[in-house]
Design a protein around this ligand. Structure first.
Ligand SMILES: [Zn+2]
Length: 306
């Protein structure tokens, strides 16, 4: 089964002149790995469009969107919080990252692709309704979900977030959206120190202790996420695909391996096939060990193609 990859060169122009774990080498490592594994001829590549202002404002406040456009520097770097920066290329990169998720929805809903992987940066899942956070400017996946509801009238969307950090921004934006089931597995206690005390029928937060290995992680996903998603019967599945729960990633302390990511992709693909004709879009969030990130993305894409 073919997989569409959505990316854009401008996503590499965010933060080019500062040392930061969330850097452009992440995307080039992924692209190089696709070539080395001879996957490139088998994939459909699309350039990410820029998200429109209206598309951004479906997930963020107008004042916040305006503040990001205003903050964009002509030179140098500005910091929106201790982790989150903007350089001259950041605004266009962020618009492409959000726009990739809009195009992903179009490709799936117009049956031009069954499975999509957005290889984009900056990531998005920490960006709240009116706040940049944790390397994130716009909440790419929430913008994609809002677009799917508005443009195609989709009533039930499942968002799975397997980044090692809680998807606080996504939760903040969808907290009153009963048509969105949000499942986040995250190291706890750990940045952003949110999500462990949420009480909601449509938000499933699964805090996980540092040191947890793949077998226990898989059990938690199988016991909590799979039955909830099957009951919800989503018409579309979106995935915040962070790879920083990998044992080789120094930013956190969960001990997943490449094969655990293959397992996750296989289970998510099965959920999509059972519920929504296979329609699933993965969007890149974290993942800071370049070898672990690139290998893990390759196994996910191979699993989707399988
Ligand atoms: Zn993360």
């Amino acid at each position: 089964m073919s997989v569409a990859i959505i990316s854009h060169n401008e996503c590499t122009e965010h933060g080019t002149d500062i040392a930061h774990p969330e850097n452009a080498l992440r995307l080039s490592a992924i692209h190089d790995a696709l070539i080395e594994n001879h996957l490139e001829p088998l994939l459909q590549f699309y350039e990410a469009p820029k998200a429109s202002r209206d598309q951004l404002c479906n997930a963020h406040s107008i004042a916040y969107v305006d503040s990001i456009f205003t903050a964009a520097p002509d030179k140098g770097v500005i910091w929106l919080d201790p982790d989150t920066f903007m350089t001259p290329g950041s605004l266009n990169a962020a618009l492409r990252a959000a726009g990739a998720n809009v195009l992903a929805v179009d490709l799936l809903m117009q049956k031009k692709a069954t499975q999509v992987f957005c290889s984009i940066r900056p990531p998005g899942h920490h960006a709240e309704y009116d706040r940049a956070m944790g390397f994130c400017l716009f909440n790419n996946i929430a913008i994609g979900a809002a677009y799917a509801k508005q443009k195609y009238g989709i009533k039930r969307i499942a968002i799975i977030d397997f980044d090692v950090h809680h998807g606080n921004g996504t939760e903040d934006i969808i907290q009153d959206e009963i048509g969105i089931l949000f499942c986040s597995l995250f190291q706890h206690p750990y940045y952003p120190y949110k999500g462990s005390d949420t009480h909601s029928d449509h938000i499933i937060n699964i805090p996980i202790s540092a040191g947890t290995e793949g077998i226990e992680y898989r059990d938690l996903f199988a016991m909590n996420c799979i039955p909830a998603i099957m009951d919800f019967e989503p018409e579309l599945i979106l995935v915040s695909a962070g790879f920083d729960a990998h044992i080789e990633d120094n930013l956190a302390g969960i001990c997943l391996t490449d094969s655990d990511y293959a397992w996750l992709a296989c289970e998510i693909k099965k959920l999509a096939q059972k519920n929504c004709e296979g329609k699933v879009a993965f969007t890149l969030e974290g993942g800071y060990s370049l070898p672990a990130l690139s290998r893990s993305v390759v196994v996910v894409i191979k699993e989707l193609m399988n």
